[in-house]
Design a binder for this molecule. Structure first.
Ligand code: ADP
Length: 370
């Protein structure tokens, strides 16, 4: 039996806005789940329904197989970390950490032990007497996380906890939260709009769009086996390139290129989509600049711009009005304004139905599995 079950969960706000549609998910004990999607897609609403801060309009939420819709946040055994830290400004770090336990009537010496242990885990031992305003953003966020873990609850809910931090602090806190999760073993649901956070932290990711779950899977699954154009474009940075066109005899004819899918896709697939609008997809990093082996699709264009990022270079290519980005080794990067030919190995080719935006399976057995 799953630890947490979301069964047909819907949220309709009092103003009639339907923010979450038929959300289904089973979460195992100890899993780190990330809800990811653009702003407004319903991530926080779903998290707040799990927390008990927002009522569930339709559907059922179960903890250990027992209906919990009517239970309050405390009864559910959840601790929540918010983006805004929500620290008490007039209390020291020690008192902020101790507050929840004091309310519960825990003995002072137990509180002292737990505060010291929590401060130790989070590197806050030297800051216990400070007020929140005397801390950096990263330290404040640590106190907020500390207030959640000190309660030793079974379920952590985190809503964009790193979004007020600078890029470097975010990377540090990302690994610290992963580490804390390993140490506490608490089931964690983490909301973010940042696909890198999702990819690096999650056991499983739930991708949402406009209140609907698009796909649930491991980071590997979502990257290699996206179910539709939205997931394919959302996961990965820079995003997957899409070239749209009509399939004719297995080919997509562009102004200066032909994408020939004969050999990449099964004959039955090519016949099924004859005359239909499709989107050909490939990831910026899944190309080769030199040809080796026959099973590739070659495309040519002009390099418009290059961006050196250090570990790689983004190359912006114009193919008679069709643009794509390639991610290449900086040592072999082409120059701006030069002509370029690049090669996409067959195994890195994706195809989508332009109308439904769903992925088209190219072969009977083309799923990449770990
Ligand atoms: P996310 O966390 O993915 O950014 P939210 O769950 O906060 O998205 O919001 C989902 C949608 O619900 C948004 O369009 C938002 O404007 C709407 N919404 C959020 N809270 C309310 C509310 N109290 N009343 C009406 N609509 C709301």
């Amino acid at each position: 039996m799953a630890y947490l079950t979301l069964r047909g969960i819907n949220k309709i706000y009092p103003n009639g806005y339907h923010a979450v549609h038929d959300f289904n998910l089973e979460i195992e004990k100890g899993e780190f789940i990330v809800f990811v999607g653009s702003s407004g897609c319903g991530k926080s609403t779903t998290l707040r329904m799990i927390a008990g801060l927002e009522n569930i309009s339709k559907g059922e939420f179960l903890i250990n197989g027992v209906r919990a819709n009517e239970k309050g946040p405390r009864e559910r055994g959840v601790a929540m970390v918010f983006q805004s830290y929500a620290l008490y400004p007039h209390m020291t770090v020690y008192d902020n950490l101790a507050f929840g336990l004091t309310l519960q009537g825990v003995d002072d010496d137990v509180i002292e032990k737990r505060v010291n242990a929590t401060a130790g885990i989070l590197g806050l031992t030297d800051y216990l007497e400070r007020l929140p305003r005397e801390l950096s953003g990263g330290q404040r966020q640590r106190v907020a996380v500390g207030r959640a873990i000190i309660r030793k609850v079974d379920i952590f809910l985190m809503d964009e906890p790193l979004s007020n931090l600078d890029a470097k602090q975010r990377v540090t806190m990302r690994s610290e939260i992963t580490q804390i999760h390993r140490e506490t073993g608490a089931t964690t649901i983490y909301v973010t709009h940042d696909q890198t956070e999702a990819m690096t932290m999650a056991d499983r990711i739930v991708v949402m769009k406009d209140g609907y779950v698009q796909q649930v899977g491991t980071p590997y699954d979502l990257y290699f086996n996206p179910v539709n154009m939205f997931v394919a474009g959302f996961i990965g940075e820079p995003p997957m390139n899409f070239i749209e066109g009509t399939l004719s005899g297995g080919r997509i004819e562009l102004a200066n290129n032909t994408i020939d899918l004969n050999g990449v896709a099964d004959k039955s697939v090519i016949e099924k989509y004859e005359g239909q609008e499709v989107a050909f997809g490939f990831r910026p990093e899944a190309i080769k600049l030199s040809e080796d082996g026959e099973n590739t699709i070659a495309l040519t264009g002009i390099v418009e711009l290059i961006e050196l990022l250090g570990d790689n270079t983004n190359v912006y290519v114009d193919m008679h009005g069709i643009n794509c980005i390639l991610k290449v080794d900086p040592h072999i990067s082409p120059k701006a304004d030069s002509a370029i030919t690049f090669h996409i190995p067959y195994e890195n080719v994706y195809l989508f139905d332009r109308q439904t935006e769903k992925r088209i399976k190219l072969k009977e057995k083309n799923e990449k599995k770990q």
